[in-house]
Write a protein that binds this ligand. Sequence first.
Ligand SMILES: *[C@@H]1O[C@H](CO)[C@@H](O)[C@H](O)[C@H]1NC(C)=O
Ligand SMILES: *[C@@H]1O[C@H](CO)[C@@H](O)[C@H](O)[C@H]1NC(C)=O
Length: 321
Amino acid sequence: MLMFGVIVASSGLLLMIERGILAEVKTPPPRGDVAWRTHSREPEEQQTLREIRNRTLRRACGQQDVARSVWALPPGPRRTLLRHIIVNDKYKLLYCYVPKVACSNWKRVLKVLDGRLDSVDARLKMDHRSDLVFLADLSAEQIRHRLQHYYKVLFVREPLERLLSAYRNKFGEIKEYQQRYGLEIVRRYRQQPPAAASKGDDVTFSEFLRYLLDEDEEKMNEHWMPIYQLCQPCAVPYDFIGTYERLREDANRVLDAIGAPAYIQFPERQAWYKPVSRETLQYYLCNTPQGLVRELLPKYIMDYSLFAYTLPNITSEYCRQ
Ligand SMILES: *[C@@H]1O[C@H](CO)[C@@H](O)[C@H](O)[C@H]1NC(C)=O
Ligand SMILES: *[C@@H]1O[C@H](CO)[C@@H](O)[C@H](O)[C@H]1NC(C)=O
């Protein structure tokens, strides 16, 4: 009886070791197929793009006067950066969130990884701040350690597509933005009909772009601040840069790399969700004064070049088609 107890106890201990302590040991990225998370080989074209992005980044960041560490950044941009990097200690992951690049779904996944949420599909109103740890919450020493040892990830999106998505969401749906930004934009840039008649909910895309032109990119609202400015890819040597265009595949790649349990998958896009597409963007751009787009592009040119996006074609010839 005693013997039996010992055996049960020790096998229990073994189980605990297996489940608990061993789980703490960092597992190497799984190779080959894993049952739950779907795996597809990355198309060659994607690998090429990734390599181009990687080299462009290294080149651009190799230039003089570029801050190559978090501590070399001026205080303002550093604060912005540290407030945008979410920490997951369990899987040693740092994720720089960019609004309008699936960041709500990423936050969900991070909460599941942390055990604070049961499922990535849980239907809940996302509280964007609670239950998440940001680098800004930690001491300089803790930040240093994590930047050095954790897997650092950033997701990017076509810059103007991201702006259009922010525009449609914020001015189309969110009262707070209509009042805080919409009214101001109309007051500044609308000539006809009189701005006084507006509730800030009828900002046109052109008015929005006109507004961005006058904004300081270091102080902009995070929804339209350039990705470069938010996540500082020269100051933080990201291990992986995923794209919105290949969101699920890239996200699952990250989950592999950090050794996340295979049952945790990046959420599927909701059936009702209609993201802004290239075609929609093209439609908007063709209905925007060409000069305005041309003037605005330099403000987002770092995002275009570092992340290897081609500039939109806004020639009248192309728009006539
Ligand atoms: C760039 O390439 C290097 C060397 O292959 C790799 O270690 C690094 O993770 C890559 N970075 C990104 C963002 O893909
Ligand atoms: C833009 O579209 C026009 C018409 O299709 C084409 O002739 C032109 O080469 C394109 N420009 C660029 C930069 O892609």
